[in-house]
Design a protein around this ligand. Structure first.
Ligand code: GLU
Ligand code: MG
Length: 483
């Protein structure tokens, strides 16, 4: 986090109870015809001629429709059609008949959020905007992921609470072998300047592409695993952070393909290697004051900050299938893999699922890092749910256990609980969470459980090796059945 924040003078006060209606619609009204005409002309003047509009499905797949910018006055007001069946797609694109959204009927409108529109690849005339879905009468679609995140953000804002979030992306750059295996595309060791130099043109192209798309980034480096890289995006409000993650992934795919390589965001592209995380950093302010610093608690936590951290810790098992939605996600979550699979928090402890990073001499806000998350997660669902838990923790502070010190795996009988070790257990915790069900509404919650169960059915017949191979390349290749 780069935002400099001053320590508070007074401990923040917990906000009042959260609003009861989880589906209350608080979207801004549609843009007027003159506003759309003005935006359309401004885009055309910048050479932006095509607009890609995306949303991210229950399975974490970004789906897209493209409109000519000359049609913005229609598409910007009425959106583009999208069947609700798309949330029944599994990660491999197969429609699971057990998902209640696996129906041929109905239609939705995907409306671009023009406030979030940005260039995607301006040199070739591409713009991009994330979209929210509603029905033909303009009513919000209750299973829409981005609308859920927006509602949570607005509910917190109404209580004077502001979150800043930022994602770290890890990915593998490789060449597929004859059996689909992944051969790292370049030499170089963990965090190695030799790997950076081996891929210097690639690193320049990635960061140039981010700059051209107005995507602020903080850091880029070769990660631990062979052929693995990491990018830290700058923090923003939760909707902006999720949007930036979606756009950054598209650009990484685009640039990697230009080099003739393939990238994988799979939580675990190969059983013998480290996985790819999608860690998320979150700082919180309440009534203008930071919650995670300047208090009397451990590492400077305020009392309200401790109550929030306690709530996050309590809800971690229920949050897990949103952070780690694939069968293979749970192959990555093992001790010693820096994926932090313990239901514990720690100060600067990289094996605790919630790592508190206190404020430092640079003035950066104290923040939490959720290390378990991977890039199969739908970022809107994850950040929406994190906000719901944070709001609940402010209204109903939970007791906070002591921070874990050292490697939790080495603590023997004193070790904190492991998080659910498979998707089935995580999905059961999610299904049983009244907090998340209330925040999401029954339709979103039920259909997400359906998607988790569909992923479990996809994985059921696969042995350990086949499970990893089935999602080795994420996004998947042309043939869904072979990955
Ligand atoms: N690659 C590790 C993961 O799967 C994280 C490494 C690190 O950044 O600490 O999350
Ligand atoms: Mg990393």
């Amino acid at each position: 986090m780069s935002t400099a924040e001053l320590p508070p003078e007074l401990p923040p006060q917990p906000p009042p109870e959260r609003p009861a209606d989880p589906l209350a619609d608080s979207r801004p009204g549609p843009p007027s015809a003159p506003q759309l005409a003005e935006l359309q002309q401004a885009l055309l003047d910048q050479g932006l001629r095509r607009l890609a509009i995306t949303f991210v499905t229950h399975a974490g797949l970004p789906l897209v429709k493209v409109v000519p910018v000359t049609q913005l006055q229609v598409a910007g007001r009425w959106g583009v059609g999208f069947s609700p069946v798309s949330d029944a797609f599994r990660i491999d694109g197969v429609i699971d008949p057990g998902q209640r959204l696996a129906r041929p009927d109905g239609d939705l409108r995907l409306l671009p959020d023009l406030a979030a529109l940005r260039p995607l690849e301006p040199a070739s005339g591409w713009a991009w905007a994330p979209g929210d879905r509603h029905d033909r009468d303009g009513q919000p679609y209750p299973a829409d992921q981005r609308s859920f995140c927006r509602r949570q953000q607005q509910a917190l804002a109404a209580q004077g609470v502001e979150l800043r979030a930022g994602f770290e992306l890890e990915w593998l750059v490789a060449n597929p072998g004859p059996r689909g295996e992944a051969h790292p595309a370049m030499a170089g060791g963990p965090y190695g300047a030799d790997r950076l130099v081996a891929a210097l043109d690639y690193a320049a192209a990635i960061t140039d592409a981010l700059d051209a798309a107005d995507l602020p980034w903080l850091q880029f480096h070769p990660e631990y695993g062979a052929g693995q890289f990491e990018l830290s995006l700058a923090p923003g409000d939760p909707l902006a952070a999720a949007d930036q993650l979606v756009a950054a992934r598209l650009l990484i795919q685009r640039v990697t393909a230009r080099f003739g390589w393939r990238c994988s965001f799979s939580p675990l592209p190969a059983a013998e290697r480290v996985g790819n995380g999608g860690h998320v950093h979150v700082s919180v302010r309440c009534a203008g004051l930071p919650l995670l610093q300047g208090g009397d608690g451990p590492a400077g936590l305020t009392a309200a900050g401790a109550g929030v951290l306690g709530a996050l810790l309590e809800q971690l098992p229920a949050l897990l299938p949103l952070a780690c939605p694939l069968g293979v996600s749970y192959r990555r979550l093992g001790p010693g893999r820096w994926s932090a699979p313990f239901q514990a928090w720690g100060v600067e402890n990289r094996e605790a699922a919630l790592r508190l990073i206190p404020t430092g001499g640079d003035g950066a806000a104290a923040h939490l890092e959720l290390k378990v998350a991977d890039l199969a997660a739908n970022p809107y669902l994850l950040l929406g749910a994190l906000q719901a838990v944070i709001g609940d923790g402010l209204a109903h502070p939970r007791p906070l256990p002591d921070p874990v010190r050292g490697d939790p795996a080495a603590l023997g009988s004193a070790a904190p609980a492991r998080l659910p070790e498979d998707l089935g257990a995580a999905s059961a915790a999610f299904a049983a969470s009244p907090l998340l069900r209330q925040a999401m509404g029954a339709v979103l919650h039920d259909t997400l459980v359906d998607s988790q169960q569909a992923e479990l059915r996809r994985c059921a017949g696969l042995d350990a090796e086949a499970l990893v191979a089935s999602t080795r390349w994420l996004p998947l290749g042309g043939d869904p059945s072979s990955g």
